[in-house]
Design a protein around this ligand. Structure first.
Ligand code: ADP
Ligand code: ZN
Length: 761
């Protein structure tokens, strides 16, 4: 039956969703056309669907190579719940179980089989694979194949040999969440992907709030935070086991429902603690980075890092475990200067126990150092944190996201040109022979053994910036590197060198500025401007129903021995409260309810909703239904009801455009708002400033370039003729930046692009 179903039917019937997320369809189509693909998407973006949907449409079996046993079990459980026949084969099964699974697979019982990479070289498995039809090979967490990735697994190299012994090469899909350019190239090259479709998408996780806190009282900070978020589930990551134990004991003594996880504990204990966390028996977890790979708990509301991780890759992966359900969640990194030392120590100790050659080791260390430096800059930057992250992963970041601590903090811009000159002077005077620690220590005039050993006190610049702290000086050095005034050598010594551009600072043509946080604004005001939770759209009655549905879900989960979110996500429950389904058809309209989930749980939930509402339809959300559904990110496609479904792309009729009040030059968003007001709201989608700007870019009227890591907009000559004006805007915090204003002439022209005749539609 699956073979004849299209991808949309599969999406709806098995997974219960109405729409593909960005990128999913493209990858699915490419696979179905027989193209290899490399999909790079952040955690939670929905990679699994990209191979699960085609797996159900291809004639043979899809093998999924995955590094983690826990991940496989979770995925297979979820698939079976959705009605997809899947199995896993790994070392957690006995020989007899494996033989049985392979027999069933040979008989065509499974469309999808998860295997650990080690399995690919066993005689039994190769025999099996050579005698069945393998349509696709999926390599999950494919960055593990790269020696330059942070969790290289030699066993992944076996995938290649395996492919070579197959009678027919299947289409290959590689997926990962973390891939910088190097790793990307490695995956393509090492896996031998043939002319692959590469898709990098959506690293931005809009629901995550980012913050870096410079504090020495980390423990107190976390304690207070947990207390303030008592009903929430969260993870606290520490760099060492010792810290995990320390925090765990303190919090447990204070009565916090906390669990812990690190590699020094027994398997049994780890398994138990992990379960306590997943089932929300102990919703707070203190752990090392050994915890979390393969854990798909969707309602983690915060991830706090007690120590700075070794790289942005690690950080984003760990922080990304927050808010997988799409609801607002917070990612807080607690920074102190020792973190850099701890990490350097960890990097250096890697050197001793390793099977790499000297040369390989040097390259690895070099990259590790570079990663650590980028991570440190993240902790120092006063720019938008989300923008920084996105640029690191090769996406164009916004200048200001409005949902990170730096965007919300009041910043003041300080002219640091004089201080920058002193830094340049110090580097020059000391012969460009030292790294950031020595240089910053020298400028601050500190008395440290290393500095004495190098006789730094003998230089003129010793103590020339003693009014600044060492971390402040390092922050400025970081900024100067990002501005291209300095560069850092790519060896393990990471020496600071001057670049040609620093002359501009010395002769006064380049002003160096940094932003500093003013006094912290009231905490209250910052959190109120953050995004509201999805369940916030529910009114009192709605929340009551939501709680009842949650309790029902927990009961069912307990009976089935499964985590609650595998039954239905919070998001799905909220959608039930908005749509109040009283029958099967209506229940199937709810986001996340597919045919199979319906068969298992549909009637029970309908009964609960009927009991609660006594069969009467009620409105349990604030505002308009259409708004509520949009708020919660669900598409409204109800059959037989008001035609909210399938809205047309934005357009205006000529009559509607006659009502526009043109005036002063305005921004694209303002123009979009004016136009949106006039459209037929029931049948026509909105347009946006971004859409207008895209068209302007496409016509060559404007340009957007990355300059020193910042996206800068400009107007071309044709754009100026068209009526675009480059102006200065001031952000809420008072920083100035350039943006494009649209004169009346341009406004009229743009509006005309959107005019359609009624009979055209
Ligand atoms: P990843 O593997 O990229 O970390 P998952 O594949 O686990 O992410 O997907 C994350 C969550 O998003 C899952 O709960 C999944 O069911 C949900 N999801 C995936 N695709 C869609 C979609 N098209 N619409 C709604 N939810 C989706
Ligand atoms: Zn921001």
């Amino acid at each position: 039956m699956a073979e004849v179903m299209g991808k949309f039917n599969i999406l709806k019937n098995y997974f219960g969703y109405d729409q593909f997320r960005p990128g999913q369809e493209f990858l699915i189509d490419s696979i179905l056309e027989g193209r290899d693909v490399l999909g790079i998407m952040p955690t939670g973006a929905g990679k699994s669907l990209c191979y699960q949907v085609p797996a159900l449409m291809l004639p043979g079996i899809t093998l999924v190579v995955s590094p983690l046993i826990s991940l496989m079990k979770d995925q297979v459980q979820a698939l079976n719940q959705a009605g997809v026949h899947a199995a896993y084969i790994n070392s957690s099964l006995t020989e007899t179980q494996i033989r049985k699974a392979l027999r069933l697979a040979r008989e065509g019982q499974y469309k999808i089989i998860y295997v650990a990479p080690e399995r690919l070289e066993t005689y039994e498995f190769v025999q099996f694979a050579q005698n069945v039809e393998i349509s696709m090979l999926t390599v999950d967490e494919s960055h593990c194949i790269s020696q330059w990735g942070q969790d290289f697994r030699p066993s992944y190299l076996k995938i290649l040999q395996f492919l070579q012994v197959l009678p027919r090469r299947p289409v290959i899909g590689a997926f990962t969440a973390t891939a910088t350019e190097n790793v990307r190239e490695d995956i393509i090259c090492v896996l031998g992907l043939k002319d692959p479709q590469v898709l990098v998408t959506g690293f931005d996780r809009k629901n995550l709030f980012f913050s870096v806190e410079h504090t020495r009282k980390k423990e107190d900070y976390i304690f207070r935070y947990i207390k303030d978020h008592e009903n929430d589930s969260g993870i606290i990551y520490c760099a060492t086991r010792k810290n995990v134990d320390k925090l765990y004991h303190r919090f447990a003594e204070e009565g916090i429902p906390v669990s812990r996880y690190h590699a020094g504990m027994s398997n049994e204990e780890r398994r138990k603690n992990q379960e306590d966390f997943i089932y929300d028996r102990l919703p707070v977890m203190v752990a090392t980075n050994a915890f979390g790979m393969g854990i798909d708990k969707s309602n983690v509301r915060y991830v706090i890092h007690y120590n700075m991780p070794q790289s942005m890759e690690n950080y984003y992966q760990e922080a990304g475990r927050a808010g997988r359900d799409g609801e607002p969640a917070e990612c807080i990194l607690l920074y102190s200067p020792q973190d850099v030392m701890i990490n350097r120590f960890l990097l250096e100790s890697k050197e001793q126990n390793s099977e790499f050659t000297r040369e390989e080791l040097d390259t690895i260390l070099e990259r590790d150092e570079e990663r650590l430096r980028s991570m440190t800059y993240y902790c120092m930057t006063t720019e938008c944190l989300r923008g920084y992250i996105l640029r690191y992963f090769g996406e164009a970041g916004v200048a200001e996201c409005g949902n990170c601590a730096n965007c919300l903090a009041e910043m003041k811009t300080a002219d640091m040109t004089e201080q920058a000159k002193k830094i340049l002077a110090c580097i020059r005077e000391t012969g460009q022979r030292y790294g950031i620690n020595v240089i910053a220590g020298t400028l601050a005039g500190n008395d440290r053994a290393k500095l004495r050993e190098y006789k730094m006190a003998g230089y003129d610049s010793f103590g020339s910036l003693k009014e600044m702290s060492e971390p402040e000086i390092k922050g400025l050095i970081g900024q100067m590197e990002m501005d291209g005034l300095l560069r850092v050598t790519k060896d393990k010594y990471a020496l600071l060198k001057l670049t040609g551009q620093c002359r501009e600072v010395l002769d006064g043509t380049h002003i160096v500025t940094i932003k500093r946080r003013k006094e912290e604004k009231e905490k209250q005001s910052t959190s109120s401007s953050r995004k509201a939770r999805r369940s916030d759209i529910l009114n009192g009655r709605g929340l009551e129903l939501f709680d009842r549905l949650r309790i029902l879900r927990t009961q069912l989960a307990r009976e089935a021995g499964m985590p609650p979110y595998i039954i239905f996500s919070d998001k799905t429950l909220v959608d039930m409260c908005v749509k109040v389904p009283l029958g099967k058809e209506e229940m199937l309209e709810v986001s996340g309810v597919g045919q199979n989930k319906f068969q298992r749980y549909g009637e029970i939930f309908i009964k609960e909703i009927r009991d609660f509402t006594q069969g009467k339809r009620e409105k349990m959300y604030f505002g308009e239904r259409e708004e509520a559904e949009k708020e919660s990110g669900f598409s409204a496609q109800r059959k037989g009801e008001k035609p909210v479904a399938k809205k047309a792309d934005f357009y205006l009729t000529r009559e509607q455009t006659e009502q526009i009040a043109y005036g002063e030059p305005c921004l694209a968003t303002e123009l979009a708002e004016k136009m949106n007001e006039l459209r037929d709201k029931n049948t026509v989608k909105k347009t946006s400033g971004a859409e207008i700007f895209r068209r302007i870019l496409a016509k060559g009227y404007a340009k957007e370039e990355r300059i020193y890591g910042r996206m800068v907009r400009s107007v071309t000559e044709e754009g100026a003729n068209f009526g675009l004006i480059l102006g200065i805007r001031k952000s809420k915090k008072g920083t100035e930046y350039e943006d494009i204003f649209y004169s009346e002439k341009a406004q009229r022209e743009i509006v005309s692009w959107f005019i359609r005749n009624e009979n055209e539609i």
